[in-house]
Design a protein around this ligand. Structure first.
Ligand SMILES: Nc1ncnc2c1ncn2[C@@H]1O[C@H](COP(=O)(O)OS(=O)(=O)O)[C@@H](OP(=O)(O)O)[C@H]1O
Length: 462
């Protein structure tokens, strides 16, 4: 037998030298290590299956439960998720059910919604913060999920506020583009003065409609810019659209185009101003999917009025404006429709849709009927799921009718939820004669909207 040498003796000392507590500690460490490894493997595979399910695989029902934390609260987020720029945006229209639509879509396991309204593309101060700022406003999502946000003012920005002021062009404020705009109009005026064709037309118009060359100042996003009054005269007499802001703009474009071929640059400036929000969205993602939810325009205007009145009553309860009726605001004292009243101007959907169709292809925009979404959400949601390339997952099991609220509320495997009180307010009674008058007024505009979207939404004409 080989004698125990020094090294072997050392081994022996090592083994023998281990005290019981040391042995226990070593064993514990080994156990902890294996436990950690086991959990890690299990955890990884759980996350993997969650990801796979979120991307539309089987086992959705099981996973919906967990991911639905994010349906009703966006705070929980899993590893392997990240904040992504939206692939779909609800661009408007305000008071048409944009919140309901977003919440309903978020019932789908492959949809993640931004919590609030982000107003990235319509507010210059936000836009200047850059896409990274915008991305950080988005929820965490898995690869394969769709991120979606809603900011209803995207659809109508910039709004034209038709307040007329007398001639003082010195009042034109410091809008970054107002100088260019004024230059465009000046140029038009010069051109029409010298251009033979233009001159003749202006003269003819002047004779027929009593046109006087006069500048009006109009507000674009709170800044003053000039428009000449010719279009107004033309429009109110020929097309009967009064002070329809975009029609004025279109008419201006049309006239510029007719009178001279040398104004392409100026036209592109105008397009740039009016289509700025859609252009910014396209710059982020040219294949983004846009959802436009609309309601019967007079109902929408009354809903808008109800909201504004409710806000005004909270902020300035003493102000008489808070007590003015819808009828007083919607009609002028001579009985004509007051398009300067914002809730009515916003209901002229076609005037805004033009801008979007200049930038996006029609199939990229889905028009959702907000009245039908209130009545029966599921068929509308199936249409939207199809549009977004999602498998149909939202069904009748996700809704129940709340008789006290008078609206459908949402349900998933873990929670029930109705929209806040500010959604589904009781509207004031509006004189039916006024409703009829407004509906008649809107019918021509609705027709123009139907023509643009290629679908008749069947809104009442009186
Ligand atoms: N399920 C459900 N529950 C409650 N409310 C619902 C629902 N579906 C659609 N709506 C309608 O949504 C209208 C509010 O629209 P918005 O969310 O676009 O308003 S806002 O612009 O964001 O303020 C809101 O308008 P009002 O009824 O005038 O309050 C509702 O009619």
């Amino acid at each position: 037998m080989r004698p125990v040498d020094a090294d072997a003796a050392a081994d022996c000392v090592l083994v023998v030298g281990l005290t019981r507590p040391k042995m226990a500690a070593a064993l514990l460490s080994v156990m902890m290590l294996s436990l950690f490894l086991t959990f890690h493997v299990l955890y990884d595979s759980a996350v993997y299956s969650l990801e796979a399910a979120a991307a539309g695989n089987a086992n959705m029902a099981l996973l919906t439960n967990r991911v639905d934390g994010a349906v009703f609260s966006n705070r929980v987020h899993f590893p392997r998720t990240s904040r992504r720029l939206p692939q779909a945006i609800i661009v408007g229209v305000r008071k048409c059910g944009t919140r309901a639509l977003l919440e309903m879509l978020a019932l789908h396991p492959r949809v993640q919604k931004a919590a609030g309204e982000v107003h990235f593309f319509d507010r210059d101060d936000n836009y200047r913060r850059g896409l990274e700022w915008y991305r950080r406003k988005m929820p965490h999502s898995f690869r394969g999920q769709i991120t979606i946000e809603k900011s209803p003012s995207y659809f109508v920005t910039p709004e034209l506020d038709f307040v007329e002021l007398p001639r003082e062009s010195s009042d034109v404020a410091s809008h970054p583009l107002s100088e260019q705009l004024v230059a465009v109009f000046h140029r038009f005026d010069q051109l029409s003065a010298v251009d033979h064709e233009g001159r003749r037309r202006v003269d003819k118009t002047q004779a027929r409609y009593g046109y006087r060359h006069r500048l009006h100042l109009h507000k674009i996003q709170g800044q003053w810019v000039t428009f000449c009054s010719l279009e107004r005269t033309l429009l109110s007499t020929r097309k009967g659209v009064g002070s329809d802001p975009i029609a004025v703009y279109e008419c201006r474009k049309e006239k510029l185009g007719k009178y001279t071929k040398s104004v392409t640059k100026e036209l592109s400036i105008l397009n740039h101003i009016f289509a700025q929000v859609p252009e910014r969205i396209r710059a982020m993602n040219a294949s983004v999917k846009l959802l436009l939810i609309v309601r019967e325009p007079v109902t929408r205007a009354i809903s808008d009025y109800t909201q504004l009145r409710s806000h005004a009553a909270t902020v300035t309860p003493q102000q008489p404006a808070a007590q003015r009726s819808f009828e007083q605001l919607a009609l002028r004292t001579d009985g004509s429709v007051n398009l300067a009243y914002r809730p009515l101007a916003i209901s002229l959907y076609h005037t805004f849709l033009h801008r979007w169709l200049e930038v996006f292809r029609r199939p990229q925009i889905l028009v959702v009927n907000g009245d039908l979404l209130i009545e029966d959400p599921v068929p509308q949601l199936h249409r939207i799921e199809h549009f977004l390339g999602l498998e149909p997952r939202i069904g009748r099991h996700n809704f129940y009718f709340n008789h006290t609220k008078g609206f459908f509320c949402l349900r998933n495997e873990t929670a029930d939820k109705c929209l806040r009180e500010s959604k589904g307010r009781r509207h004031p009674r509006v004189d039916p004669v006024v409703v009829t008058k407004l509906r008649r007024f809107f019918s021509e505009h609705n027709q123009r909207f139907y023509d643009l979207v290629g679908e008749d939404l069947g809104w009442p004409e009186e």
